[in-house]
Write a protein that binds this ligand. Structure first.
Ligand SMILES: Cc1ncc(COP(=O)(O)O)c(C=O)c1O
Length: 484
């Protein structure tokens, strides 16, 4: 086996141990993606690498453990550490194909086909009641550090410069803070110039639809999948083609070999709503597939902050450069949804078109709220808040699973993944009727069948647990059990 050469590997010494760890992780994973380390290459023993780099051996071991958990490398007892032999080699895209021209938003189809659910038309949600316990995706608003937020709000609100117009792409300090965060926490390759601040992920999806899609176009979608993306992407006459899941992640075997599709929407780091996580090698296969077929991937990274036991896998977007990926995220889960702030990261040559379209569609996003959010991140509150929420949600997640074991055994099957803010309880029932009964007693889980695109959707309930306290969780699950 060839021994990998890492002579050029250097770390910046001025920073602390976690930062060294993330630098080393970045450096090794990049070499794998760039093909400088190929499947089967042997990596230096941890002790030697630690000595060569003059860092602690535990730092190297932690990085090797993470790369092994993600499927990049294999640690073979008594033989050594190798780049995983089954890791696919990555194909490099030329320059991405689509360079959309700005075109005005298209009128919606009269009755878009996706609106017809398998059991008749979908009923519009009752928006006023969306903050009830079990609402999927709603964070714990009581745990939000409101005093700190208000202090920053007060600090920013008298700045005259924030009372006028601001650039459509987004407040520069916020774009800088988002780019720094995404680079270090998610491995996204981006400069602040590539970030477009949006009014939630929803606007990011609408912008993509308006820029990329024309009548008759095809879009591939995970099935089941996020309804908000379906609403946004359906735009007049677009065909949505469902791609089923396998083991609760996008089934790569079912991706069409030849396709006219321009876009593929997916949630690789926590499939919504089923919760599966694409492994490193699946990520590479997906990218290869997209590169070979000129398909753009919409990577919706909506809740990667809440992985309880492991750092989430690096985002697809950062795995190759240039990547045919439109990356989007949101502050709806990490801060609060009423803020209506999200972001898009796009390749530099598309920034102008996106910004121009955003200008036409909605104009700026509130400069004041962007400035408060930027200061919240810069002062370290964001980081602290995420750490606290991860612990809190992990606790609630464990508690909810325990309640399911106590009360729902034999009725529902929990699809438990150690991440996120919701749990899917699967069961072949009239799930819309059950959701409606739960709504009558003040709980708002969603019917799993509403997430389905195909003819025979999976059934059950999608139960948001982040916003409920322990007693609400208990009462809600008991109510559900009583429905039988
Ligand atoms: C899969 C997915 N993407 C994105 C979002 C965030 O949407 P927004 O930023 O528009 O609130 C959500 C929220 O529920 C979601 O579930």
């Amino acid at each position: 086996m060839p021994q990998a050469r890492l002579d050029d590997l250097q770390l910046h010494r001025s920073i602390d141990a976690p930062a060294l760890q993330s630098q080393l992780y970045q450096a090794l994973s990049e070499r794998i993606f760039q093909g400088r380390l190929v499947p089967g290459d042997r990596l230096p023993a941890s002790r030697r690498l630690a000595r060569d780099l003059n860092i602690g051996r535990n730092t190297v071991l932690a990085v090797y453990d993470q790369l092994a958990a993600e499927g990049f490398i294999e640690q073979q007892p008594r033989r050594g550490v190798f780049v995983h032999p089954q890791l696919p080699l990555l194909k490099r895209p030329e320059t991405p194909r689509v360079t959309p021209a700005v075109s005005p938003p298209k009128p919606p189809a009269v009755t878009p086909p996706w609106l017809k659910g398998p059991d008749g038309p979908m009923t519009p949600p009752d928006w006023n009641e969306r903050n009830a316990p079990f609402t999927p995706g709603l964070p714990d608003l009581n745990a939000f550090p409101l005093r700190t937020w208000n202090r920053l709000l007060h600090h920013q609100e008298s700045r005259r410069s924030l009372m006028g117009y601001d650039g459509h792409q987004g407040f520069p300090p916020l774009r800088r803070a988002i780019a720094d965060y995404l680079r270090s926490a998610r491995g996204v390759r981006c400069e602040p110039e590539q970030v477009i601040v949006t009014q939630g992920a929803q606007q990011a999806l609408s912008l993509i639809a308006a820029l990329f899609l024309d009548r008759g176009d095809r879009v591939l979608m995970e099935d089941p999948g996020y309804r908000g993306s379906r609403y946004a992407l359906h735009t007049a006459g677009v065909m949505l083609e469902p791609i089923p899941l396998k083991d609760e992640v996008l089934d790569l075997e079912r991706l069409p070999d030849t396709t006219e599709a321009k876009l593929l929407y997916c949630t690789p780091t926590h499939q919504y709503p089923m919760g599966g996580i694409l492994t490193a090698s699946q990520r590479l296969r997906l990218l290869n597939w997209a590169v070979e077929r000129d398909v753009w991937i919409i990577e919706d990274d909506y809740d990667s902050e809440f992985h309880f036991y492991q750092k989430p896998f690096a985002a697809l977007q950062g795995l190759i450069d240039p990547a045919p990926v439109l990356y989007l995220g949101s502050f709806s889960k990490t801060l609060f949804p009423g803020l209506r702030l999200g972001y898009l990261v796009v390749p530099p040559h598309l920034v102008g078109a996106f910004t121009q379209l955003k200008r036409i569609q909605t104009g700026e996003t509130s400069p004041l709220l962007q400035a408060v959010t930027a200061e919240f991140i810069e002062e370290g509150h964001f980081h602290r808040h995420l750490r606290r929420m991860r612990q809190l949600y992990q606790h609630k997640w464990e508690h909810l699973q325990w309640l399911c074991e106590q009360y729902l055994e034999g009725l529902y099957t929990p699809i438990a993944q150690s991440a996120g803010m919701h749990l899917v309880l699967e069961r072949d029932v009239d799930d819309r009727a059950v959701a409606a009964r739960m709504a009558e007693v003040g709980y708002r889980p969603l019917a799993l069948s509403e997430y389905g695109l195909g003819e025979s959707p999976r059934r059950g309930l999608v139960v948001g647990f982040a916003s409920a306290d322990e007693s609400e969780l208990q009462t809600g699950i008991q109510r559900l059990a009583q429905l039988g």
